[in-house]
Write a protein that binds this ligand. Structure first.
Ligand SMILES: [Fe+2]
Length: 234
């Protein structure tokens, strides 16, 4: 999957040069994603190797990271992992660092897990911050190449079948309650893009009164045998 490329007229992603710019630039004029592009030094794979996480999701704390017997390059990676969290805390956020082998998958006929393109949502103004450090990164879908899954006739028919009621308001409530309204399908010619490793992103979420449409994204596919990945999220 190609790395995001904001150059050819795609106006929704803005690349910024500093953490300060990342947190202070308002979303607007259609821009719904800010990317602090970075090339990080340090051996993040070594950190994952020593964590020896076999499945699921493990949230990492400072003590666990500092206790790992690492080389200088591994230690440099830990320093960055801790520093990023510290930066986000300075602006009042509560970042979490996860070591992820695989997310839970839902077996529903219309999937709403994080492997499906979706928008994050909130009841009040909020953003999502994301950084992938190794292996695979989050993936994005351009808004003009996305269709809400509930607007795809076949999917809507399927959801109506699952709902099995006949009241329109109740159906809308059912879509909301189950987050079906937050998931997207890509159009046939869509060009999903990778968020890239090391880049810290701030993306727009769906909340009442948001000046921009939400940034549509998903987790990368889990590949059996591939090492776990480190993800910072807030
Ligand atoms: Fe998300």
């Amino acid at each position: 999957m190609p790395l995001f490329d904001p150059s050819p007229g795609y106006h929704r992603i803005k690349v910024v040069k500093s953490f300060h710019e990342l947190v202070t630039t308002p979303f607007g004029d259609g821009v719904n994603a800010l990317c602090w592009q970075r090339t990080l030094q340090g051996n993040f794979s070594e950190v994952v190797e020593h964590l020896d996480v076999r499945d699921g999701i493990t949230t990492l704390d400072e003590a666990r990271l500092n206790a790992l017997p690492l080389s200088a390059a591994g230690k440099a990676a830990v320093e960055i992992l801790l520093e990023d969290q510290k930066l986000l805390r300075t602006v009042g956020l509560s970042p979490i660092l996860d070591c992820i082998h695989a997310y839970p998958r839902d077996d529903d006929r219309v999937s709403t897990d994080v492997y499906s393109f979706h928008a994050d949502s909130a009841t009040v103004e909020a953003d999502t911050y994301l950084c992938s450090y190794n292996e695979a990164s989050s993936e994005g879908l351009r808004n003009d190449e996305a269709l809400r899954r509930i607007d795809v006739p076949e999917t809507r028919a399927e959801l109506l079948e699952i709902f099995s009621g006949d009241d329109d308001d109740d159906f809308l409530e059912f879509l909301k309650e189950n987050c079906y309204d937050l998931h997207y399908a890509s159009v046939p010619q869509a060009r999903p893009f990778s968020f890239g490793l090391g880049n810290l992103w701030r993306i727009a979420v769906d909340y009442p009164g948001s000046p921009v449409p939400p940034c549509i994204h998903r987790a990368p596919e889990t590949v059996p045998g591939r090492p776990a990945r480190l993800l910072l999220i807030s």
